[in-house]
Design a protein around this ligand. Structure first.
Ligand SMILES: NC(=O)c1ccc[n+]([C@@H]2O[C@H](COP(=O)([O-])OP(=O)(O)OC[C@H]3O[C@@H](n4cnc5c(N)ncnc54)[C@H](O)[C@@H]3O)[C@@H](O)[C@H]2O)c1
Length: 261
């Protein structure tokens, strides 16, 4: 097979992006817009129904196809309804981006004092959410002859320090397991580990003048902070024919923060 640039196109594909309708300038929004730009029909899914609809409307206004769907990724019935909504609107699902997560609204208490409720809530969304959304769409991917799953982890999992990092490292384990189990069905599963991204949520959590950014300026190979759009190219590689032979991987997109051999 000879490579052509068209292998990055997603015309006729259906993509579900969770966590794509929350705070204004979010990574999920950039993912949804990028997938639509590559030709996919997009299901913009979020706990925030209005935000999901706003991003879907933005895609439609620029000539793409999208619907907004309210979903609670931690609730199995809700994820199944999301899968059904995708089938009703576009006939099935080819691509799932498990991007929804608690990052700002998560406990940063230390492991000796953190409440078990806070712990369980984080895992319910950041890990179980990806599992439930995967299970909700895999039957459709199988029917359609294959699929692509991308789990959004974080540079903050390498190494994991605190609940957020632990939940994101667990998601890497789900990624390799999913890749192994579904590979024979022509379904790939990979993870993207962004560095510090200037989404609205990222800026709220880590302001530009925080000591953490000063530290990153000294350690990151290029720039310590990126824009949501700078993650989209990697997503399109993992979601398209161009990335068909990549599975079980975690790709760091972080300017050279976490460097793994
Ligand atoms: N911003 C960063 O610096 C950064 C770095 C590494 C990884 N990430 C990851 O990237 C992803 C997006 O981050 P962001 O900066 O755009 O943050 P964000 O807070 O804007 O996005 C998270 C989204 O998840 C949604 N959500 C939360 N709980 C949900 C639930 N139960 N069901 C459905 N949706 C739910 C929120 O409404 C929100 O839209 C997250 O997985 C985050 O952990 C972000």
């Amino acid at each position: 097979m000879t490579f052509t640039i068209d292998q990055f196109r997603l015309d006729g594909k259906v993509a579900v992006v969770t966590g794509a309708g929350g705070r204004g300038n979010s990574i999920g929004r950039a993912y949804a817009l990028g997938l639509a730009e590559a030709g996919a029909s997009v299901v913009v899914a979020d706990l925030n129904a209005e935000g999901a609809k706003a991003v879907a409307d933005e895609i439609a206004a620029s000539g793409g196809k999208a619907i907004g769907v309210q979903v609670d990724v931690a609730n199995e019935a809700s994820t199944l309804a999301m899968g059904a909504a995708a089938r009703d609107a576009f006939g099935g699902v080819d691509i799932l981006v498990n991007n929804a997560a608690l990052m700002v609204d998560i406990s940063y208490d230390n492991i000796e004092t953190i409440s078990l409720d806070a712990w369980n809530k984080a895992f319910a969304v950041n890990l179980n959410g990806a599992l439930l959304c995967t299970r909700a769409v895999v039957p459709s991917m199988r029917e359609r002859g294959g699929g692509r799953i991308v789990n959004q982890t974080s540079g903050g999992a390498f190494p994991a320090i605190g609940l957020y990092g632990i939940s994101k490292l667990a998601l890497v384990g789900l990624t390799t397991t999913t890749a192994k189990v579904l590979g024979k069905d022509n379904i790939t599963c990979n993870a993207i580990a962004p560095g510090n991204v200037k989404s609205d949520a990222g800026k709220l959590l880590v302001p530009d003048d925080s000591p953490f950014i000063k530290f990153l300026e000294m350690t990151v190979a290029t720039r310590p902070r990126g824009e949501p759009d700078e993650l989209v190219g990697t997503l399109l590689l993992l979601c398209s024919e161009a990335g068909a032979w990549i599975t079980g991987q975690t790709i760091h997109v972080d300017g050279g923060w976490v460097m793994r051999p």
